[in-house]
Write a protein that binds this ligand. Structure first.
Ligand SMILES: [Zn+2]
Length: 857
């Protein structure tokens, strides 16, 4: 069987001779509730033109069986026309009609048409997910973003189901217990953006209307969907409230009426990613329907995703990148608009830029320091490259750079550029130059140098202040030193320099803010000369640019004794981010970072920042602490968690976050005893509701410590026999500290491809606990042996999880590093995407070794 890949060259060649007039896709999913039925009927009729009559071409299709292929009335033999991944056609006319009748497979991996059976009520749910190239698992298609076309779907499903697609349905007919839904033709859209959602979904309907500038009224029917068994937890009012605020805001900013008719948002099971911007039919991971108490950071995160996907209706769906090289043209914008929109649409999430600085940028900095980093405008040779490029560069660095661009050209020029871009390229495809063109028009600036520095080079710069003072303690020079970092480029940075001192109450407050352009290796901040030397010099205050910030010695000392005293939330988040980067870079010992968290996290008011600190402190102890200090660090974290849990306000988000952190860190008998007491109801923390999700976190702590019996875990599953319960039960089983438990988890993932994506993930998460490194060390050698087999036999989504998740990352030693290097040296011709994943894990390992060396001295 040929590869499932598609190269950019092939796509370019195909687009150069073909234009698609439209697809009619007929799907019959009446068999879906029968678990024995592996396939569904898929019939595609595609009308397309060919500029070179007589030429050959191919469609993409991943299907177990093709029943027939008919080109312009001529039957082709499927045995020769279909090779398992492509349908080859020859003798094309100027105008063509091709019909492909196939049996396609229901998916367990979240790629294509995913099928899920709810353990609560036995109901079956279907939804599609395609990006970048899985529409071909559901119908025959020219699978590339620049062959846009209108799509007309017809879906036959069990009669009691609701069926949704990108467009509204126009007709419903019933026959033999089945119901057939005809959908209106879509606008011209890319194949990866088409969607079908089908099942007995719970639906909440609403409506949005808006009077446009020309006086016409835009009507947008709204709907929010989730599984029936989640309906009691579905806060559709909150979701639809954010939705309407977003529609108001983006209409004001973009001045282009929402072009896709209605707006459905479906929360679907076992979803691989956060959400997908299918026009008129957005799909979200259903973990956004909260079964138990979550912190406000989770609500903010969901609102951000709602606005991110909505921004895609314009950036991505209306105007689409030509090929995956320019994926950033939609993802960087949507990522930026997620945070920008939370503020602009006047939602209650006023700390959106703090979250961005603290979390999205951490993702970008990490990714941008891998040896595999790449410019924001990437070189994407094929679909495997594309799949890996949904990364911290394309999303978070790209959004950071757009934030810097707004600071550089001004928001008015930026949004006027966006408005022209939509009008000029509506329903078309674009590249970098198309965007720069409109921005140059509206800003009057030549953006060539800016784009070269920020979009076409990789790596992150570091900025360090250099301060000299006179005998009176006045600044004689303040310079910003720029380091190229892991790239070889110095960039123009628009930054603010914040000067901070203690006020009468002891808080660290900003006494001065100086905004300037930093260029080259040394930039003198003239405006600072003559001012009193402050306690803290904070570069990149207000987080305008994208860089790692460092400190002079005196400022660093101020942070050690008073980081938590910084009054401003964003400045404090920047300081936290900077000390984490110092720790990752092996410039601050892990024990010092942990000490900072233990000392100041209790004062951290921003719940999202606090939860990041928890994750980072845990990572610092697990991976960056010198092995001899690891045990002590772990005890300190658990003690700190317990202390802050008892001190937190009853019923607060902070209390819940500390309870979860206690569950993650509990190791001694005191901590584990409390965990057991909370589960049994014999211990109470005032205001802490030990609800279902928290119960599973607590069980995971006991399971990982070898203190949860099989009967106890099975009993918890019986009490919560839901999709979420099954995942967490599976994770608990894999988290038990025995050779048998690890072997079972490994085997479940590796030796069979029967497990759905969600349970693959749960097994890996339970298996790979850093505390169990002695047990999992045995699997390093088999891991490297089976990499290529996994890559060739499993779908890319599952292969990525296995390669990333089973890498022996907790074995931080030279021997593991050598094993990784041996594999890399011995497999120069392995798939580039596979090598990239291994190189990144290997780099994490090398970084952890450097950090451990720093902590060991
Ligand atoms: Zn997106």
């Amino acid at each position: 069987m040929p590869g499932k890949n598609l190269s950019r060259d092939e796509a370019q060649q195909r687009a150069s001779i073909l234009a698609v007039d439209g697809y009619r896709v007929r799907l019959d999913v009446t068999s879906a509730p029968d678990p024995a039925a592996a396939t569904f009927r898929s019939t595609t009729t595609v009308a397309f033109r060919c500029a070179e009559p007589g030429a050959t071409a191919f469609l993409d299709l991943l299907a177990p069986t093709v029943r027939s292929v008919t080109l312009n009335g001529r039957a082709l033999d499927p045995a020769t026309a279909f090779d398992g991944a492509r349908v080859h056609v020859d003798g094309l006319a100027a105008d063509n009609v091709l019909v492909v009748d196939a049996d396609c497979a229901y998916s367990r991996t979240g790629e294509g048409l995913h099928r899920f059976t709810d353990p609560v009520d036995g109901e079956t749910y279907l939804y599609t997910h395609y990006e970048p190239a899985d529409a071909r698992r559901v119908f025959a298609t020219f699978e590339q973003p620049d062959l846009k076309a209108p799509f007309s779907f017809t879906v036959t499903a069990p009669a009691a189901w609701d069926v949704r697609s990108n467009a509204v349905h126009t007709e419903v007919t019933d026959e033999d217990g089945a119901r057939t839904w005809e959908f209106a033709p879509t606008q011209p859209i890319s194949t990866y953006l088409t969607a079908v959602v089908a099942g007995p979904y719970h639906v909440v309907r609403d409506h949005y209307s808006r009077t446009l500038a020309d006086g016409t009224v835009l009507e947008i029917p709204l709907a929010a969907l989730c599984r029936r068994s989640l309906a009691p937890y579905f806060d559709a009012d909150e979701i639809l409230g954010v939705t309407k605020a977003g529609l108001d805001f983006f209409h004001e900013q973009f001045d282009y009426p929402y072009p896709f008719g209605k707006y459905d948002q479906a929360f679907v099971p076992e979803y691989n990613i956060g959400a997908m911007e299918n026009p008129g039919c957005v799909t979200f991971r259903e973990e956004f329907v909260f079964r138990s108490k979550v912190t406000d950071a989770a609500y903010e995160g969901r609102a951000n995703v709602i606005l991110h996907e909505m921004a895609h209706m314009w950036f991505g769906d209306l105007v689409t990148m030509r090929w995956w090289d320019d994926l950033w043209l939609k993802e960087s914008f949507a990522d930026f608009m997620g945070s920008y929109g939370l503020i602009g649409a006047r939602t209650r999430y006023t700390s959106a830029w703090v979250t961005f600085a603290n979390q999205r940028k951490a993702w970008a900095y990490r990714q941008d320091q891998f040896p595999t980093t790449h410019p924001i405008t990437a070189d994407i040779r094929d679909l495997e490259d594309a799949k890996l490029n949904f990364d911290g560069i394309t999303y978070a660095k790209g959004a950071s750079v757009l934030k810097q661009l707004v600071a550089y050209v001004g928001s008015e020029a930026f949004f006027e550029g966006a408005r022209r871009y939509f009008k000029r390229h509506a329903f078309g495809n674009t590249e970098l130059g198309d965007l720069l063109g409109v921005l140059e028009e509206t800003s009057g600036r030549d953006l060539t140098a800016w784009a070269a520095a920020w979009l076409q080079t990789a790596g992150v710069n570091s900025l360090t202040p250099q301060v000299t003072v006179d005998a009176e303690g006045r600044i004689t020079e303040l310079a910003v030193l720029q380091d190229a970092g892991n790239g070889d480029v110095l960039r123009p940075h628009r930054i603010a320099v914040g000067l901070y001192d203690r006020d009468a109450d002891g808080a660290l407050v900003r006494t001065d803010r100086i905004e300037l352009d930093v260029t080259g290796a040394v930039t003198v901040v003239h405006a600072a000369i003559g001012r009193p030397r402050p306690a803290l010099v904070l570069l990149n205050d207000d987080d305008l640019t994208y860089c790692k910030i460092r400190f002079d010695a005196e400022s660093l000392e101020t942070l050690r004794t008073g980081l938590g005293d910084i009054q401003d939330e964003l400045a404090r988040a920047l300081a936290w981010s900077a000390v984490w980067n110092l720790t990752r870079d092996g410039l601050m010992p892990a024990r010092d970072y942990v000490a900072l968290v233990l000392r100041f996290a209790g004062q951290e008011s921003n719940i999202g920042v606090l939860q990041s600190l928890h994750a980072q402190a845990k990572g610092a102890v697990d991976l960056f602490a010198a092995p001899a200090r690891r045990g002590e660090g772990g005890r300190q974290l658990a003690d700190g968690a317990l202390r802050e849990l008892r001190a937190a306000a009853p019923g607060s988000d902070h209390q819940l976050a500390w309870a979860r952190f206690l569950a993650q860190t509990a190791n001694g008998s005191e901590h584990l005893g409390l965990v057991r007491g909370l589960l049994a109801g014999t211990a109470r923390i005032d205001g802490l509701d030990v609800d279902q999700e928290l119960r599973w976190s607590l069980w995971l702590a006991l399971a990982a410590a070898g203190q949860a019996s099989d009967e106890e875990l099975a009993g918890e599953l019986e009490a919560d026999n839901t999709a979420s319960g099954r995942r967490q039960y599976t994770q608990c089983l894999a988290a038990r500290p025995t050779p048998e438990a690890k072997a079972a988890a490994w085997s479940a993932v590796i030796d069979s491809d029967e497990l759905p994506n969600a349970l693959v993930e749960a097994n890996i998460a339970g298996f790979a606990l850093p505390a169990h490194r002695d047990l999992t060390a045995l699997y390093a050698a088999p891991y490297f042996k089976l990499l290529e087999r996994v890559w060739s036999e499993r779908t890319i989504e599952i292969a990525m999880r296995i390669v990333g998740g089973f890498f022996p990352q907790a074995e931080v030693n030279e021997a593991t590093l050598a094993e990784a290097d041996t594999w890399l040296d011995g497999h120069p011709d392995a798939a580039p995407a596979l090598r990239r994943l291994v190189l990144e894990r290997r780099d994490d390992l090398a970084r952890a070794l450097r950090a451990q060396a720093c902590d060991g001295v």
